[in-house]
Design a protein around this ligand. Structure first.
Ligand SMILES: [Zn+2]
Length: 254
């Protein structure tokens, strides 16, 4: 029987932190190799701490950790990329929280972490240079669903495989994709997408060369459909749903 390594190194992105005792914090970090990890930063709230300022919200850092009995302990952190200065604008900050909330919620399960990590890193990079941060959300949501293996089918009807051509479609959550008029579930709450929304949804779902690109802005119906697929997979609503209301309001006033 081999002894597990007491110390390890990994890259990680800080999702959130909460105070512990007088001077410590517990950081929730999405790590490249181990997925989501809760780890203690000892003395991090003291001004002279070597960790202070290196573990801000969504900072990507190279970390050394020590396995503790209950929680791991961060022994060193070197900043790889810090985003907080680039996301101080309210829209960017709110969008960062939506992204983190989704990563946080979905990473309760065991997934291909390096892929999710690459996605998170990519969307944060896109966010830090975006002039329209909220527009990233539907694309990111679709990328995340795709990375986790839940990409909603949108090339053709998810039930009968008939091409939509220039027709409307409905978000068939149970079937996991867009359905044609003949196949769609007949319930009052099924989201309808007009022909341009269907095209928009498919444009959003098309993978860029790397990461998330803000090239296509979601129509309101497409954004709502994407969010509905996320909510369905997650089994609960997130803040992004509330953010969509804001999007709707802006779209309506534009
Ligand atoms: Zn069909």
């Amino acid at each position: 029987m081999s002894t597990p390594q007491r110390s390890y190194k990994t890259a990680g992105i800080v999702l959130r932190a909460r105070n512990l005792g007088e001077a410590d914090k517990i950081f929730t970090i999405f790590t490249l190799e181990n997925g989501k990890v809760d780890a203690v930063g000892k003395g991090v709230r003291r001004p002279k701490s070597l960790l202070a300022g290196r573990l801000e919200f969504v900072t990507e850092a190279s970390l050394s950790l020590h396995r503790g009995r209950s929680l791991d302990v961060i022994t060193s952190a070197e900043i790889l990329v810090e985003h907080w200065r680039a996301i101080v604008e309210p829209d960017a900050f709110a969008t960062a929280h939506v992204i983190v909330e989704l990563i946080d919620a979905f990473s309760e399960r065991e997934y291909a972490m390096p892929d999710v990590y690459a996605l998170l890193r990519g969307v944060l990079r896109a966010l830090s240079t975006s002039t329209d941060p909220a527009a990233l959300v539907p694309r990111f949501q679709l990328r995340l669903l795709g990375t986790l293996g839940y990409a909603p089918e949108s090339d053709a009807c998810v039930r009968c495989n008939e091409a939509f051509d220039d027709r409307a479609a409905w978000a068939d959550l149970e079937a996991g994709g867009l359905a044609c008029e003949r196949c769609r579930p007949h319930r009052a709450d099924v989201l309808a997408l007009g022909p341009s929304d269907v095209a928009n949804f498919r444009g959003l779902a098309a993978w860029g060369e790397n990461g998330v690109r803000p090239a296509t802005r979601a129509t309101i119906a497409a954004a709502r459909a994407v969010d509905a697929f996320v909510t369905w997979q997650l089994g609960k609503r997130t803040k992004s749903s509330r953010m969509l209301d804001e999007l709707t309001y802006r779209g309506a006033s534009a």
